[in-house]
Design a protein around this ligand. Structure first.
Ligand code: 8YV
Length: 313
């Protein structure tokens, strides 16, 4: 009898196929209530395959009394109750393979926001060029770059920025040794001293009220400032950000994440100073396959008695 696992976040068919070579897989990610969907399986489920936005909740662990491991197809842990997982002795593993992709998209969003790339593209496609020149936009190279959160994504982003400027600063509550970038004393100080501010920091779960990117911080970034978010949408005061983008209090934004995905406030649709992408930072064929196989390999290694490969607890 093969080990039974539950897939609670979407995986491509090829990855499910790889899982099914080794396990009995119960796919419940399309169920409205995933916890209730797995409850009848209860003690039969020994492993969970999840994603960065679904994670592993306390309720899910309580419904699965014999759960041993959760392998996450991502790196975000805001939706995982790590404290309860420790209490329950459930191992949590991530797929730490997406840092280049996320840093690449952060650069793409920043450049596109500075040069209004989507607007320029539409300008050509709509046949407006013969009627006149596209307006001047703002330079990216040489600007003051600020990174909120100098973790593995932040470091990958900083290395990319080195090709554009030597004015790179960061704020991270955890002291960073061995980096040549300027450490700001606070997030507010960083915002005040940045032209482009990147949110690359982990934070609290949705609904926790944790909003490190506040109205005040975005006001400190200011009317010529550009804000880029590749972390979590709920870490930003989204209504305040929209208001500032509308009234000129914030220059522009490049956003891959939103407070209530996949629903994006329609007020953003009309804003030419915002570049929007649908949480695709890690969404390349190469990296998503590598991440999916990392999930499979973690589960296989665990149930072969060799432990998890990329455990975080
Ligand atoms: C995931 C993410 O790849 O890694 C994360 O935490 O936010 C995403 O990029 C996606 O959620 C699929 O699990």
């Amino acid at each position: 009898m093969s080990v039974e696992i539950a897939a609670v976040s979407a995986f491509p068919p090829a990855i499910i196929g790889e899982m099914e070579k080794h396990f009995t897989v119960h796919c419940v990610w399309d169920q409205a209530d995933k916890v209730e969907a797995v409850r009848p399986l209860g003690g039969r489920i020994r492993g969970v395959a999840s994603g960065g936005m679904v994670g592993l909740s306390r309720a899910m662990m309580e419904a699965l009394p014999n759960l041993e491991i959760c392998a996450i197809n991502g790196v975000g842990l805001e939706t995982t109750d790590l404290a309860f997982a420790k209490e329950r002795k459930v191992t949590v593993a991530t797929a730490p393979l997406l840092f280049d992709e996320v840093a690449d998209l952060a650069m793409l969003l920043a450049l596109a926001a500075c040069r209004k790339l989507p607007v320029a593209d539409r300008f050509v496609r709509e046949g407006k060029w013969p009627q006149g020149q596209f307006p001047l936009e703002t330079k990216f190279s040489g600007k003051r770059m600020g990174i909120l959160g100098l973790g593995r994504i932040g470091i990958a982003l900083a290395r990319r920025l080195e090709g554009f400027t030597d004015r790179i600063a960061y704020y991270d509550p955890v002291p960073k040794s061995g980096v040549s970038y300027t450490a700001a004393a606070s997030a507010m100080d960083l915002a005040r001293e940045s032209d482009v501010l990147f949110m690359a920091a982990a934070g609290g779960p949705a609904g926790s009220g944790d909003k490190p990117v506040s109205r005040e911080l975005l006001e400190a970034l200011g009317p010529t400032g550009v804000f880029v978010n590749v972390a979590r949408g709920w870490l930003v005061d989204e209504p305040a950000m929209i208001e500032l983008l509308q009234n000129g209090g914030l220059g522009a934004a490049g956003l891959d994440v939103f407070e209530n995905e996949p629903h994006v406030p329609e007020a953003m649709y009309a804003l030419d100073n915002v570049v929007l992408t649908p949480h695709v930072a890690s969404s390349t064929v190469e990296t998503r396959r590598a991440m999916g196989m990392c999930v499979v390999d973690n589960l296989r290694s665990w149930f072969e008695g060799k432990g998890a490969l990329t455990a975080v607890n």
